[in-house]
Design a protein around this ligand. Structure first.
Ligand SMILES: [Cu+2]
Length: 114
């Protein structure tokens, strides 16, 4: 064996063993071209309460077809507490949800209902 083979062989083995693990770790919303896509879901609701300090909001929201959710009243966290700076109970809003963890959705956008 030439000296450089001692370096290349272990590297080749490492690359082979690392690939399957990396493929398994991929979230299922990354398409074939490898660019991550943040899928968002649109909802409409009415604000019941706002906890700006905790970054939480309680909404009565309508059905969200893209998530197969029925309408309900529930708490949401927001991805950025600044989203709650100009909202108050009683307001009707359009909002956007993103999946922040597997099965966990947070509000990423709030606008006055159109
Ligand atoms: Cu809900």
């Amino acid at each position: 064996m030439k000296p450089y083979n001692f370096i290349l062989l272990p590297m080749a083995l490492l690359a082979l063993t690392a690939l399957p693990a990396a493929a398994d770790d991929k979230p299922n919303n990354i398409p074939m071209d490898g660019k991550p896509v943040t899928e968002s879901h649109q909802g409409k609701g009415k604000i019941n309460s706002v906890d700006a300090k905790a970054g939480k909001i309680n909404l009565s929201h309508g059905p969200i077809a893209s998530l197969d959710w029925p309408g309900m009243t529930m708490d949401f966290e927001v991805t950025d507490k600044a989203l709650l700076a100009n909202v108050k109970p009683g307001q009707k809003i359009d909002f956007e949800l993103v999946e922040v963890r597997k099965g966990k959705y947070s509000i990423s956008k709030i606008t006055a209902a159109k």
